[in-house]
Design a protein around this ligand. Structure first.
Ligand code: IMP
Length: 484
C-alpha cells in the first residue's frame, strides 16, 4: 500500500516539474518573440562581396509591389558580382527590361544577367516555359550577337505552356467579363493548374513522345476534353501535340539541364548566386491580393521549394520598389490616382506593360503595402526605382495608413474585400525639380531626400540603391548601403 502512495507521490512531483519546465520554456520563447518584434527594422546588412572576394553570399532580388518595379535593370547591374543568376518562378508573364548602349532589351523567361559573359543564367523547375516564346527570345538575343550555348540552362523539370493553356487562360478571362483578373493571357494559371492536377508536361518530357501523348490523353479523360467541348473547341489530338513537342525538343534540348544539381554544385563550390524574382509580393498566390494575383509564389520564401534548396542558402534579400505604385490587371489598389496625377505618373514613367502593352494603373507609394512586403520577404534593403519620375510634381504623397470601416490601420488587410474598402491616409510632401537625371546623391534636392528618408522609415528598411533613369549609369549606390 505504502508503495502505491510513493508511486502516486513521485508521479505528481514529476508532472509538476514537467509543467514548470514547459512554462519556463514558453515564457522564454515569448520574450524572444517580443524582443524580435520590438526591433524597429532590419539592422544594416553586411556589405556584399565583389568579384574575387573570398566570402560568397547569395542574394534574392524580388519585386515588392505589384510587379514592374524595374527588377531587370537591377539584376543586370548586380549580375557581374555573381557566378549564377536564376529565375525561380513565373514564366513569360514577366517582362524584364534592360537598357544599355542605347538599346532596350525585353526579357520574359531568360534571367536579366544574360548580357554578362561568364554569368551562368538558369531557369528553374518552378518556372513555366512557353517553347515558341522562349525560342523567339533566344533567337532575338542571338541575332544581337549573344552566344547563349554556355550561358543559358533551362530546367528539365520546368513545366511547359502548351497551346491549350493559352486557350484556357483567354477563355476564362472572357467568361469572367467585367470580373476578369486581367491576366497576361500567357497561359500561366492553367499551366500551374495542370502541374497541380498532374497532367502537365515538363521540358525534359518533350523528347519522349509516348510520355507527352499519355499525359495529354489522361488530361482529356480527366475533364479537359469535357471543358474544351463545352467551350465549343475541338479536342487537340495527342499525337499532334507530341509532333510539336518533338520540334520544340530539337531546338531546346541543347539548353536543357538539371538546374537543381547545377545550383547545388554552385552552392558547394561557394559560387555566389543571384535569385531573380518575377512579378511582385502583392501578386503572390498566397499573400497577395487573391484572387487578383499570379499563380506562383513570388516571395523570397518561394525560392527554396522552387529550386529545391534549403532556406540557409539565401543569405540576403533585396526588395525592388518603384518610388510610386503601379498595377496592371484588376484588383484593389488603395493608393490609385484616377485623376491628373495618375495620368502624369503614367506619362512620365512610360507606364505601359512590357509584356502586353497595357496602360498601367498608377498611384502614390503605399507604405502599408510596402511594409507588408518587407515583412513577407524579410528584406535587408530596398532599391527605389524610377525616382526621377517624381521630379517636377508640385507635391507628392505617401499612403501611410488605411481607414477601413472608420478604423485607422497600418496593417495590410488579410482579405481582398477589406482591402477594397481601404481608404488611403496620405502624408504630403513638397515636390522637387531635378534638372537632369543625375547619378549622384548630391543631385537629389533636399525635398527628394526627405521623401526618401520617410519612405525608408515607414517601411523600416534601409535604401541601398536609387534608380534615376533606365540606363545602367543612372543609378546611385547609397553610401554605406549593403551594395556599396
Ligand atoms: P497572370 O500571371 O498572367 O496569370 O496574371 C495574373 C495577374 O498578375 C494579372 O493582374 C497580371 O496583370 C499580373 N501580372 C502577371 N505578371 C506580371 C508582371 O510581370 N508585371 C505586372 N503584373 C503582372
Amino acid at each position: 500500500m505504502v508503495g502505491v502512495y510513493w508511486q502516486i507521490y513521485l508521479f505528481r512531483q514529476i508532472s509538476l516539474l514537467r509543467a514548470a519546465a514547459r512554462s519556463t520554456f514558453l515564457l522564454a520563447r515569448k520574450c524572444r518573440i517580443a524582443r524580435l518584434g520590438d526591433l524597429p527594422g532590419s539592422a544594416p546588412a553586411p556589405i556584399l562581396p565583389r568579384t574575387g572576394e573570398p566570402r560568397t553570399l547569395n542574394l534574392a532580388v524580388v519585386g515588392a509591389q505589384w510587379g514592374d518595379e524595374g527588377k531587370g535593370k537591377i539584376v543586370d547591374l548586380l549580375a557581374p558580382r555573381f557566378a549564377v543568376t536564376v529565375r525561380y518562378q513565373g514564366g513569360p508573364n514577366a517582362g524584364h527590361t534592360v537598357v544599355f548602349d542605347g538599346r532596350t532589351h525585353a526579357l520574359h523567361h531568360i534571367p536579366s544577367g544574360i548580357f554578362h559573359e561568364g554569368v551562368r543564367c538558369l531557369v528553374g523547375p518552378g518556372t513555366l516555359i512557353d517553347p515558341d516564346r522562349i525560342l523567339a527570345e533566344i533567337d532575338g538575343l542571338q541575332a544581337g550577337g549573344l552566344d547563349l550555348a554556355h550561358r543559358l540552362g533551362l530546367s528539365a523539370r520546368a513545366h511547359v505552356i502548351l497551346p491549350v493553356h493559352l486557350l484556357l487562360d483567354s477563355a476564362s478571362e472572357d467568361d469572367l467579363g467585367s470580373s476578369a483578373i486581367g491576366t497576361t493571357r500567357r497561359g500561366i494559371g492553367p499551366a500551374y493548374a495542370s502541374k497541380a492536377e498532374r497532367w502537365g508536361v515538363r521540358l525534359g518530357d518533350l523528347g519522349h513522345r509516348k510520355c507527352v501523348e499519355e499525359r495529354f490523353e489522361r488530361a482529356l479523360r480527366c475533364g479537359l476534353g469535357e471543358r474544351l467541348r463545352a467551350m465549343g473547341e475541338a479536342e487537340p489530338d495527342p499525337s499532334d501535340i507530341a509532333d510539336r513537342a518533338a520540334e520544340w525538343w530539337q531546338r531546346l534540348e541543347v539548353y536543357t539541364t538539371d538546374v537543381v544539381s547545377e545550383v547545388h554544385d554552385a552552392l558547394d563550390a561557394q559560387q555566389p548566386i543571384l535569385f531573380e524574382g518575377a512579378q511582385g509580393a502583392l501578386l503572390d498566390i498566397e499573400h497577395g491580393t487573391y484572387p487578383f494575383v499570379t499563380s506562383s509564389s513570388t516571395l523570397v520564401g518561394g525560392i527554396c521549394p522552387s529550386l529545391g534548396i534549403p532556406p540557409k542558402a539565401v543569405d540576403h534579400a533585396l526588395g525592388i520598389f518603384k518610388a510610386y505604385a503601379t498595377r496592371v490587371g484588376a484588383g484593389p489598389f488603395p493608393s490609385e490616382e484616377m485623376g491628373q496625377a495618375g495620368a502624369a505618373l503614367r506619362e512620365n514613367g512610360k507606364e505601359f506593360g512590357t509584356t502586353t502593352g497595357r496602360p498601367r494603373r498608377c498611384g502614390w507609394f503605399d507604405a502599408v503595402a510596402a511594409r507588408h512586403a518587407v515583412r513577407l520577404n524579410g528584406l535587408d534593403a530596398m532599391v527605389v526605382t524610377k525616382f526621377d519620375v517624381l521630379a517636377g510634381f508640385e507635391a507628392v504623397r505617401i499612403a501611410v495608413a488605411y481607414e477601413i470601416d472608420g478604423e485607422r490601420t497600418t496593417t495590410f488587410p488579410a482579405t481582398t474585400t477589406a482591402l477594397a474598402r481601404a481608404r488611403p491616409i496620405f502624408e504630403d510632401f513638397p515636390g522637387w525639380e531635378m534638372a537632369s537625371a543625375g547619378a549622384s546623391l548630391d543631385d537629389i534636392p533636399a525635398n527628394g531626400r526627405k521623401y526618401l528618408d520617410r519612405l525608408s522609415e515607414l517601411c523600416r528598411c534601409p535604401v541601398a540603391m536609387l534608380s534615376v533613369g533606365p540606363s545602367r549609369e543612372e543609378t546611385i549606390f547609397m553610401p554605406d548601403g549593403m551594395l556599396t
